[in-house]
Design a protein around this ligand. Structure first.
Ligand code: MRU
Length: 353
């Protein structure tokens, strides 16, 4: 199937199952994977068929419903025990994006709180997964508009830089960082987006550029090590990135390489914005040192296609995320407005759960 629309929804409930855009095949193939079982959803999250913190949360919520559907009992206690196992399986997929744990927690909570038969709990779980999906879409649109409101006033047409993919593909749709870019584009405030390629999985090269092309947003791809040079040349007016987990003090985990972009932005006096839903804020962690950082298979860094890049005898280290200290962040753009990192706690009372 060829994409011909700028409406990108990576997780869709369709025909009694979940359709996921297979993000491992973009941009060359735009295909969907049908997920019928919770185990297959866990595998899809692990292998990054679906990725990006909010999209992982939405996928996990549906995974919880699929798992609930598989539990064959009418006994409430037995059912809830089974659901805890599904939650455990889904939680074990990726450790950094807190939206995964947030969505699973919300699904479990509603299951425990729903009185009535097991069938009624299953129905409530389905409705909650649908609600999480829809809410994330609305949240992203609000983030986009709140971000547009705090972008630098001059010049009229901005060039923004982003890292990784925090777009429609990484959310229910529209995107967080790319939501801000999209809102700026639609408001006539964007000249161009610079996209870091984002080694090793190349989400910038493969996914962010793809989304831009769908919407006709002018995009320039650079390799990660070119960002500081572009800033020095005056090519970048502001940086906007997404987040996988934000600690209470504003320290922000995002795709590996984000930290060095933030340092470069600070050195060049360029505003550095983080765009994320409040479900990405983990108020239980006082600072970023407590955020678990996923380490992935070293093959991601030593192999390109079928080719090994290194001689034998080399060791590898492949952390998938890094933590940008709050001091480097100009503002955190949420659905409830933009906050200085030190003000983040003020948004807590407005969380859904
Ligand atoms: O490993 P990924 O592709 O899931 O990492 C994605 C990112 O780091 C995104 O920037 C983040 O999840 C925000 S998505 C709106």
């Amino acid at each position: 199937m060829t994409a011909s629309t700028n409406q990108v929804y990576p997780v869709i409930w369709h025909n009694n199952s979940v359709s996921l855009i297979d993000q491992t095949r973009l941009p060359n193939e735009y295909t969907f994977v049908e997920i019928h079982r919770s185990e297959d959803m866990a595998q899809a999250i692990k292998t990054m068929i679906v990725r990006g913190a909010p999209a992982i949360g939405v996928a996990a919520a549906y995974g919880m419903y699929l798992g609930a559907r598989e539990i064959e009992t009418s006994d409430r206690h037995e059912f809830l025990e089974g659901l805890e196992k599904v939650a455990q399986l889904l939680r074990s997929t990726r450790p950094t994006a807190v939206n995964l744990f947030w969505a699973i927690g919300r699904m479990l909570k509603i299951a425990y709180e729903t009185l009535g038969t097991v069938e009624e709990i299953k129905q409530t779980l389905f409705e909650t997964a649908q609600a999480i999906n829809l809410e994330d879409l609305q949240t992203c649109q609000a983030i986009g508009d709140n971000g547009l409101a705090i972008l630098p006033r001059t010049p009229e047409k901005l060039t923004l830089l982003t890292h990784c993919n925090a777009g429609a593909l990484a959310t229910a749709g529209y995107g967080t960082a790319l939501g801000v870019v999209r809102s700026a584009w639609r408001a006539g405030r964007l000249a161009r987006l610079f996209a870091d390629e984002t080694r090793p999985r190349l989400q910038g090269a493969k996914l962010t550029t793809w989304e831009c092309v769908q919407e006709g947003i002018p995009v320039t791809l650079i390799t990660d090590n070119m960002a500081a040079h572009c800033m020095k040349q005056g090519l970048i007016h502001a940086v906007v990135v997404g987040a996988d987990r934000i600690a209470a003090n504003g320290d922000t985990a995002n795709k590996i390489g984000t930290y060095s972009v933030a340092i470069a932005a600070k050195a060049h006096n360029i505003p550095f914005f983080v765009a994320a839903p409040l479900s990405t804020v983990d108020f239980e962690l006082s600072d970023g040192s407590q955020i678990p950082i996923e380490e992935r298979n070293p093959e991601e860094i030593y192999r390109v296609g079928d080719t090994n890049l290194t001689p034998l005898g080399v060791d590898f280290y492949n952390p998938a995320f890094d933590v940008t200290p709050a001091a480097l962040i100009t503002a955190i753009i949420t659905e409830n407005g933009a906050f200085a990192p030190s003000e983040l706690a003020k948004s807590q009372s407005q969380l859904v759960m």
